[in-house]
Design a protein around this ligand. Structure first.
Ligand SMILES: Nc1ncnc2c1ncn2[C@@H]1O[C@H](COP(=O)(O)OP(=O)(O)OP(=O)(O)O)[C@@H](O)[C@H]1O
Ligand SMILES: [Mg+2]
Length: 281
């Protein structure tokens, strides 16, 4: 199997020569959320061969917020995540992580290191390793706490794994090979692998696609537990799930690369334009 994208080997960038502006220097700058906002996208446009996937998009996420993004297929939801994680460069516009980290100037790797975790739709876990080992490997990619891959686990590290196992409801499966987990459990394991790296901002693209109803409900519970402790952006088409996790928070509706509506779930659900382009289908 392929290696999970979030677990690419972490190699420190070369230290910059004095006086040169370099990515390696910028990424060591501390995340500054003193204004209460963790993500600022403004006037972001992305085109693919002349087609505008994002069209002057503006999106601000507060520290500790759980923001849901909904909208029809092709609206640009995944492209937003691609811009935030550095996979796609905007043609124009600004994208900042906190006050100071310019996402358009950092590599994907540097953005991950700066504290943005991303869950893709397909689960990417190490199938031939146990649940415990998957979490252990994920934690060891966090160079703030684990200087080498071969360092022994100490008590604090074990406690961090145990806490994550409880959070993602996989305590009973700790010794199981990840390849034997259900689809939902694999998704939870991958969420755990991201959380154990303590991201400042976590992006989840269609986390409950393919899950059973029971798994979807448990995922909503899990995300509700993360509310306030992490900043989260969740893209989903399952509107019952979105209602469960949005609660009183803001929901952003994308359409043709722009924000069509933004507000509490009840308000966007009754918006005539949202019903026309998405919910009424
Ligand atoms: N790398 C690419 N090259 C060309 N076109 C692209 C690329 N990535 C996205 N697009 C196009 O940009 C538009 C937005 O795609 P995006 O994947 O962001 O939509 P989405 O809102 O995530 O849709 P879905 O709900 O189906 O996942 C689509 O028309 C898509 O075909
Ligand atoms: Mg998508």
């Amino acid at each position: 199997m392929s290696q999970p994208e979030n677990l690419s080997p972490v190699i420190d960038e070369q230290a910059p020569a004095a006086g040169t502006a370099s990515y390696g220097h910028v990424v060591d700058e501390k995340l500054d959320t003193s204004h209460g906002t963790i993500l600022y996208l403004d006037d972001v446009t992305v085109t693919f061969d002349g087609f505008r996937a994002l069209n002057k998009l503006t999106l601000n996420i507060a520290v500790g917020e759980l923001r849901c993004i909904i909208g029809p297929n092709g609206a640009g939801k995944t492209t937003v995540m691609d811009v935030i994680t550095g996979k796609t460069r905007p043609d124009s516009g600004t994208a900042y992580f906190g006050q100071t980290l310019d996402l358009t100037r950092l590599s994907e790797h540097q953005i991950a290191r700066a504290g943005i975790g991303r869950k893709f739709q397909r689960p990417t876990v190490f199938e031939n390793h146990s649940v415990f080992e998957n979490l252990e490997m994920a934690m060891k990619t966090d160079k703030r706490v684990f200087p080498t891959l071969f360092a022994r686990l100490n008590g604090e590290m074990r406690e961090r794994i145990d806490a994550t196992l409880r959070l993602v409801r996989l305590e009973a499966a700790v010794e199981r090979s990840a390849g034997l987990l259900s689809h939902g459990q694999k998704q939870w394991l991958e969420i755990g692998m991201l959380l154990i790296q303590e991201p400042q901002l976590l992006l989840l693209d269609e986390p409950v696609a393919g899950m059973t109803d029971a798994e979807t409900d448990r995922t909503a519970e899990l995300l509700n537990e993360l509310r306030g402790k992490h900043s989260l952006v969740v893209v989903e088409h399952d509107m019952d799930f979105v209602s469960d996790i949005a609660q009183d928070g803001m929901v952003t509706v994308l359409h043709e690369g722009s924000v069509l509506a933004e507000g509490p779930m009840a308000k966007v659900q009754s918006d005539a334009r949202v019903i026309e382009v998405y919910l009424g289908r």
